[in-house]
Every structure is written in C-alpha cells, then in structure tokens.
Design a protein around this ligand. Structure first.
Ligand code: MN
Length: 403
C-alpha cells in the first residue's frame, strides 16, 4: 500500500510557544501534545516521540509497548529534572504495516479515518468530559464547550505506568487517516474536518487548510495535523514528505501555494481572547484633567483622580473577584473558593466558600485532579459544584476493589 503524507504544526493565535510535536518517519507517524509549562510541554512531546521512534528502529516490542516505554522515559526525566517536573503529553501513533494500521493512543489527541466520505473517530478521548458523556452526565454538545474539556484522565509521563489504548484498522485504497491534537478538534467541528479532508486534493493541502481553519476560528491552542493517504500503485509504503520528528522549537514547514488563509494570523490575533490576568487589568482608567490653570488645582485634580482610581480599582477588583470561582485546597480538603488563586501584596484574593470532607491529597494523586493545589478555575458556582461532585465520584470509585 502506497502512503502519501502531509504534516503541519502551528503555534496558534494565543500561545507563546508550540508544545505540540509530530513524527513523520514512515511507516511510523504520530502526534503529541505536551503539557506542564512552556518548557515541560515541549520536552514531553518531543521526548515521547523520539523514544517511540528509537524503540521502533530497534524493533523493541509492539507499538503499544514502545508508547508505554516512552511514558517511563518522560516520567523519569520529569522526576530528575526540576525544570520540567510535572510535565506530560498526549500521544497518538499510527504504524503502517501493509494494509494494516496499528494505533496506540493516550490522551485527547485523536485519530480519524475518512472512508467513502464518512469521518470516523478511531480513538477515545481520555478526558473528564468524555467520561461524563459516557456516564450520561452531560451531552456531547455540552462537552464541546465544557470549561474542563481539557482536563485529562490519562496522559503520558505523569505516572510510572500508563494504560495505552491499542487498535488495528485495515485500510483500503482511497482511505485518508488524520492524526491531530485538540488544538484542531477544539476549534472546528468534525463536519468541517470531514469536509476539508474531502475537498483537499493532497494530504499536505489538507493539513494546511485544517490548520488555517483552526486559526481563523481563534487558534486558542497549538494546532497539529498529520494526514496519510492510502493508495495502491504498488510502491512500498514510506514517507513521501521529509522524514523527521518535528520539534516544537523548529519552524512550521514552509510550503508553497498555501491557501489564502495562511496569513490570517494577524487579523485573528486582534480578537484573541483575554486571559484571566489581562481581565484583571481591565479597570476604569483615569481621565487626565483638561488644562489645569494652576499648580494647586492640578495637584487637587490629580489627588482626586488618584482617589477615584483607587476606589474604582477596589470596587472593580471586588466585583471581579466576587464573580470568580475555583476549586482548590483548604486545610488539606477539597474546597470551593470565590476569587482567584493568588495574593497581591499579602492580600489573598480569595475566600473559602465551602470546605468539603474530601481529602485533597487523595484527589491530587489522580491524574485528573493534579492541578488542584493551583486551583481549578470554573465559570460559576455551579461549575465548582460539578467539579467537586466529580472528585467525589472519582474518590469513591478508587476505593472500590479494582475489576
Ligand atoms: Mn493542545
């Protein structure tokens, strides 16, 4: 089976670095989405892919074994190097073996198969919201906009061992396989992805159009896509594109004839969503006094402006903090806070609203709740209650004997 490849990664419109990586080293293809701070994320995703690739070259174990070993490698590095402690990554890999594709997968990057105009997701997201959908707590539509849709229940490199999903697909001539990170699937719908894959003549055109669409939709995350086309002209499978692990530090591939959307970045950048820190800075600004007639009056006006500014700032901050909610830790327990998880000049910008009986230590020991000590921000009180409820269920489940 002949394989043609397209691959692209892009920083997106908001992030300051690209923590995604991809591997195009036929017959092995993969994407990885790193997390754990800027440097940690970059190291985790590229180290995981390098490890899988090296083990594959040495013919050590199955693809799933290689991914499991990559978990261990990333975990060990995270333990020994403080600058990347706590890092982790998703990994979705495809190994082409004749007309058989072996898949190995951890996290919320995805593999899709386009066959006969139909797009099918081959992987299952290891996310909190996916589990909530499976358990009927929320609808798939609610999951798409859920504030915690990026909380992973499984990731590579965060624990000594990890459960790797495995699967095989038999491919046919005309099939198109997509590997992508959540920076794509979080920004555009599966309908758009399917249509774009159908409309694109070759795999490189497909990945570039997908990246452009995600950027135009806001590009709030790094975006990575690898597309494989399967044909039967008798050639050996291999990488048509240059073989390489694409590390986040290098530039995205420059290609000729990019669609018009390729330069959409500056336009979309103007409308990038503000982060919490910038939102805090949006307080009323003083209006400078017009034409002060003499110095005394000028000082008076400035003093007045300063006082009103301080008052406005305090009122604004108060109003702002009253509408902010997060779930964090108080006295070793899981707790709901109003405000933001920070302090300024010794003043804490939050207060405990509810301290539950749930042990924070036990919650933090689960991958999904690792961020608890830093505070899991939510949209409102209902969101906070939902998170606490989920932690309660997870702890109860962990207590049951494993099946
Ligand atoms: Mn991502």
């Amino acid at each position: 089976m002949r394989v043609r490849v397209g691959a692209a990664t892009d920083i997106g419109q908001v992030r300051e670095g690209n923590e995604d990586s991809y591997l195009v080293e036929g017959p092995l293809y993969a994407v990885a989405d790193g997390m754990g701070g800027h440097r940690g994320g970059e190291v985790a995703s590229s180290l995981a892919l390098e490890t899988v690739q090296q083990l594959f070259e040495r013919h050590e174990g199955t693809l799933a074994d290689q991914v499991a070993q990559a978990n261990r490698t990333v975990f060990d590095r995270s333990q020994s190097d403080r600058s990347v402690s706590g890092m982790g990554t998703t990994l979705t890999a495809a190994l082409i073996d004749g007309d058989e594709v072996h898949l190995a997968h951890v996290g919320d990057s995805r593999a899709y198969l386009l066959r006969g105009g139909q797009l099918t997701q081959l992987t299952e997201d290891h996310t909190l919201v996916h589990r909530m959908v499976v358990e009927g707590e929320i609808t798939p539509e609610e999951a798409e906009t859920h504030p915690h849709r990026s909380i992973l229940t499984r990731a590579l490199g965060v624990d000594e061992s990890v459960q790797v999903d495995e699967g095989d697909v038999r491919v046919e001539t005309g099939d198109r396989l997509l590997l992508c990170t959540d920076g794509l699937t979080g920004m555009i719908t599966e309908d758009e992805i399917g249509r774009t894959l159908l409309d694109s003549a070759d795999p490189q055109e497909a990945v570039e159009r997908l990246v452009n669409l995600a950027n135009r939709a806001g590009g709030i995350d790094n975006i990575t896509a690898v597309v494989l086309d399967f044909g039967d002209d008798g050639e050996r499978s291999g990488a048509a594109a240059g073989s390489a692990i694409h590390r986040p530090t290098s530039q995205p591939p420059v290609t000729e004839g990019a669609p018009p959307g390729a330069s959409a970045s500056s336009a979309a950048a103007a409308s990038r969503p503000s982060t919490d820190t910038t939102r805090m800075a949006v307080l009323p600004r003083p209006v400078p006094p017009r034409q002060p007639s003499y110095r005394g009056r000028r000082i008076g006006i400035w003093a007045g402006v300063t006082v009103s500014l301080v008052v406005l700032a305090i009122v604004g901050l108060r109003l702002f903090l009253d509408t902010q909610w997060y779930v964090g830790v108080s006295n070793g327990r899981v707790a709901i806070f109003r405000g933001v998880p920070a302090e300024v000049a010794g003043f804490e910008l939050h207060s405990v609203v509810v301290e539950t009986a749930l042990s924070a230590d036990r919650a933090e020991s689960m991958v999904a709740w690792r961020q608890l000590p830093e505070g899991i921000t939510v949209d409102d009180r209902a969101g906070a209650d939902a998170v606490v409820e989920q932690i309660r269920k997870d702890l109860a489940r962990a207590e049951q004997p494993s099946t």
